[in-house]
Design a protein around this ligand. Structure first.
Ligand SMILES: Nc1ncnc2c1ncn2[C@@H]1O[C@H](COP(=O)(O)OP(=O)(O)OP(=O)(O)O)[C@@H](O)[C@H]1O
Ligand SMILES: [Mg+2]
Length: 267
């Protein structure tokens, strides 16, 4: 399902992602969340949670079911408004901006449960992103879309109706759609379930390839093999709060993490 060599992805992605301007990567350039709080009734789904997503890095956010990870992504993208806290992108406050405005500033996401347009083809789904998120036209939009499909490795599905894809293929389409938006920051909410180990590792290489091109990537997920392969830094969330953070090796050997997260996986 995922053909191609890293070298060919690199060629594609160089064209998908516009080169970052001089001085863009540096101090103060970061997607920053500070002390975010989001409650649903009496439940504190996100509880004074702070985390930075940096250009050129993959940060992983892990935690048990219901920890607040998707809610955190919804706060960054503007689907939900926080009760309190701050969100800044490259120094600019994002609160008060709509989801569309945040997308146009360069924040793209994938969905835990993707929602493609089922009656459009795979290519048409990605074209929507090229037109409306990346604001490209004509041939440029087409080229951008094809490159995103190639990068993700699903170009062979281009003419298939999105509604006919299986769950894993829909996830990859969602990934291609997010890339076609030409983001600066990409928030990935669970990807890789159902893939073989080989496909999983290929996907991890693609995610790392994005960071190499200068994107800031947040990888949210449960698949520890993926976390190990992609993450420069791992943050562990539990009951809306930051439990701990560190390198993969630090996290994997942390007793509290093993208890609340890895322990759950082993059960
Ligand atoms: N719109 C909502 N209304 C009420 N409660 C919600 C809403 N969205 C999320 N929650 C609750 O907030 C908590 C955090 O949910 P969230 O989906 O963010 O967890 P998660 O870490 O993404 O979990 P998973 O690993 O299962 O995807 C859960 O208890 C969930 O039931
Ligand atoms: Mg979730």
């Amino acid at each position: 399902m995922i053909p191609g060599e890293v070298s060919s992805w690199a060629v594609h992605i160089k064209r998908i992602i516009p080169p970052l301007g001089k001085g863009v990567v540096g101090v103060g350039v970061v997607l920053e969340t500070i002390e975010l709080v989001k409650t649903f009734g009496s439940l504190r789904a996100v509880d004074r949670f702070s985390m930075n997503i940096k250009p050129g890095e993959v940060d992983a956010l892990i935690g048990p079911n219901g920890a607040g990870k998707t809610t955190f992504i919804n706060l960054i993208t503007g689907v939900l408004m926080p009760d309190s806290g701050r969100i800044r992108m490259d120094g600019r406050c994002l609160l008060g901006l709509s989801t569309h405005e945040r997308a146009r500033l360069g924040i793209a996401r994938t969905y835990q449960i993707p929602k493609p347009y089922p009656n459009l083809t795979v290519l048409e789904n990605v074209l929507v992103s090229s037109y409306y998120a990346a604001r490209l036209k004509g041939e440029e939009a087409m080229e951008n879309s094809i490159e995103a499909l190639n990068y993700v490795g699903i170009y062979d599905l281009a003419d298939k109706l999105a509604g006919e894809l299986n769950a894993e293929q829909q996830k990859l389409l969602d990934f291609a759609r997010a890339l076609a938006a030409r983001p600066k920051y990409l928030l990935i909410d669970e990807i890789g379930a159902g893939l073989s180990l080989e496909e999983l590792d290929a996907l991890a290489a693609k995610i790392r390839g994005l960071a190499k091109r200068g994107l800031g990537v947040l990888y949210v997920g449960h698949i520890m093999r993926m976390v190990k392969n992609v993450a420069d830094w791992v943050v562990v969330m539990n009951e809306g709060k930051k439990l701990t953070e560190g390198t993969y090796d630090e996290i994997a050997s942390n007793e509290d993490v093993i208890k609340i997260y890895l322990g759950e996986r082993r059960a």
